[in-house]
Design a protein around this ligand. Structure first.
Ligand SMILES: [Zn+2]
Length: 198
């Protein structure tokens, strides 16, 4: 198997080192983009194992609720492999932060990835000043973008703002400082499926 791990390795997924977690995501995205065969364990046995033995995700991912941006597909992850928090515009407020803390402190994922994407409707709404029902979200995005008008740069700035929000949490800062957590950003290209790791 090209991705370097087998279903039998899943028991070791808690505490996977962040570099290894990042490499696994990058390899999953390559398989996704190239549409190579890939075995993902979605079996009833895997469902039962996760129920009986608990989840052991190797990464926490904060991303947009956009139906085209599905981390489990983008990174070719099976059940129990990635802990995902999705909200329009991948903004981080108190509830998203609490979810991230749970994953990093309690489930011990050592990679935290904020995955923004191109052609994000929430960012477009913020850029156009047409918030509508997204107002609580576009307020955060607008603050993150400042005067930036380039759509790709806007995606990057919005992702970085979410990272800043997360790093402002003392618990996450302490984990990162202790070398127990790596926080990274990435951009998903909606038109082709490629992930740029920032
Ligand atoms: Zn979006």
């Amino acid at each position: 198997m090209t991705c370097g791990y087998t279903a039998d390795d899943f028991d070791g997924d808690a505490h996977v080192p962040p570099d290894e977690a990042l490499a696994r995501l990058a390899e999953g995205n390559r398989i996704y983009v190239e549409a190579l065969d890939h075995h993902r364990d979605l079996s009833p046995e895997r469902v039962r194992d996760l129920f009986e033995n608990g989840q052991r995700p190797f990464a926490t991912i904060v991303t947009c609720a956009d139906s085209r941006v599905v981390p489990e597909h983008i990174f070719m992850a099976g059940l129990g492999e990635v802990f995902v928090i999705r909200v329009a515009g991948n903004v981080v407020g108190p509830t998203e932060a609490a979810s991230v803390l749970y994953a990093c402190e309690h489930l011990h994922t050592r990679l935290l990835l904020v995955l923004g994407h191109t052609h994000c409707g929430a960012i477009k709404a913020a850029l156009d000043g047409e918030a509508g029902p997204l107002a609580p979200i576009t307020e955060r995005i607008t603050a993150a973008l400042g005067s930036e008008r380039d759509p790709y740069r806007a995606s990057v700035l919005n992702t970085e703002a979410a990272i800043d929000e997360l790093r402002a949490l003392p618990e996450l800062a302490a984990l990162e400082h202790a070398g127990r957590l790596m926080v990274r950003g990435a951009i998903y290209h909606t038109h082709c499926g490629v992930v740029d790791f920032l």
